[in-house]
Design a protein around this ligand. Structure first.
Ligand SMILES: [Ca+2]
Length: 97
């Protein structure tokens, strides 16, 4: 009973995007939003959320997050995720429903 109450929250993750530049996640699906230099970009957060089960949350730092890595293709959201833009704290995007 105790484990079943904790399980849903354990599956969801929150990723705080702390930079504005575009960069890929170093290891998608490991639970850490981090490029090779350790920054959490919007692309890395989406890649990480796509690699995990559960309904994840991405919080964007204020500013313009420009996707410049055209060689990476589209930034597809394949899992349920809410994206919040600081400081409004309103969902910007929800997917796969
Ligand atoms: Ca990762």
């Amino acid at each position: 009973m105790f484990l079943s109450l904790l399980l849903p929250s354990a599956l969801a993750a929150n990723f705080d995007v702390d930079v504005l530049y575009d960069g890929v996640d170093a290891t998608p699906g490991d639970g850490k939003c981090a490029t090779q230099v350790g920054d959490c970009t919007l692309r890395a957060a989406v890649e990480e959320a796509n690699g995990l089960t559960g309904h994840d949350t991405i919080t964007l730092d204020s500013g313009v997050h420009t996707l410049t890595l055209t060689t990476q293709g589209d930034l597809d959201v394949t899992q349920d995720v809410d994206i919040f833009a600081f400081p409004t704290a309103r969902p910007a995007t929800a997917a796969t429903r």
